[in-house]
Design a binder for this molecule. Structure first.
Ligand SMILES: C[S@@+](CC[C@H](N)C(=O)[O-])C[C@H]1O[C@@H](n2cnc3c(N)ncnc32)[C@H](O)[C@@H]1O
Length: 242
């Protein structure tokens, strides 16, 4: 079975449409699966409420003071704010998102968190990152790479913008086996990071071909259909109301 049952432009448009129409993020209950309550308490409420990720990549990225970080698919800004704190005033965080609405949410979160002096948010696709070669030390991403219908291209772009010797630290869902066609062709399942999920082996192969070396896996957590119910409910409600 081919995984690419929807064409690339159709997938990108479906992802754009769904994220544009959701009225809220996954909320604090979901965020508490990935971040400690103590961490969440230090963040602007909007960043927590708009959290839509699947882990806490910043906690594994070993960010150092002064580093330049790209947060791909920054959404409501939760990881951009955490990264901005980690790199300090001498560092820099660039949040990139397909949607201007998400960039605006991240911008507001950075301002509310008092880290806007080192943050900037740009609208653009991960498949054509609007940054020069080697312009960041670290790229982070949380629940975003799965959304790309052109993952090899997105990974090549990430490789291009990270300085030689730099790092990519991301989290996403992976799958074991094939997903059924009704999932592969569902807009909501694409936007929920499910339909675009690869097996760990296939993902590792793509990372390798993009040029990344020394791949480390920091953790695996089982994710079943009940676990995606919360964001799926948001997506369904948004589509029904739209
Ligand atoms: C699942 S949300 C994750 C948001 C954020 N990383 C977090 O952890 O809360 C996915 C985000 O990626 C953005 N996105 C989707 N496709 C994209 C693309 N091709 N390029 C850049 N951003 C994209 C969406 O607009 C959305 O903000």
């Amino acid at each position: 079975m081919t995984k690419d049952l929807m064409d690339q432009i159709g997938i990108l448009e479906a992802v754009r449409r769904v994220y544009r129409s959701i009225p809220a993020g996954a909320g604090r209950a979901m965020a508490e699966r990935f971040y400690t309550p103590a961490t969440l308490d230090t963040l602007p409420g909007s960043a927590v409420e708009w959290s839509l990720g699947v882990a806490d990549p910043v906690s594994h990225a070993r960010l150092a003071v002064g580093e330049r970080v790209l947060d791909v698919g920054c959404g409501g800004g939760i990881d951009s704010v955490l990264a901005a704190r980690a790199v300090g005033p001498s560092g820099r965080v660039i949040g990139l998102d397909l949607l201007p609405e998400m960039c605006e949410r991240s911008r507001a979160a950075a301002t509310a968190a008092g880290v806007d002096d080192r943050c900037e948010f740009r609208e653009g696709p991960m498949e054509a990152i609007p940054l020069d070669d080697g312009s960041v030390d670290v790229a982070i991403s949380n629940g975003v790479i799965n959304l790309s219908p052109r993952k090899s291209r997105a990974l090549a772009e990430l490789y291009r913008v990270v300085v030689p010797g730099g790092r990519l630290c991301f989290s996403d869902l992976t799958v074991e086996g094939d997903l059924p066609p009704e999932i592969l062709t569902s807009d909501s399942a694409w936007a929920g990071c499910i339909s675009g999920a690869l097996s760990e082996d296939v993902l590792a192969g793509k990372l390798d071909r993009a040029g990344f070396v020394d791949i480390e896996i920091f953790g695996r957590a089982p994710f079943g259909i009940d676990d995606v119910a919360l964001p799926a409910v948001h997506l369904r409600r948004a589509r029904a109301d739209a």
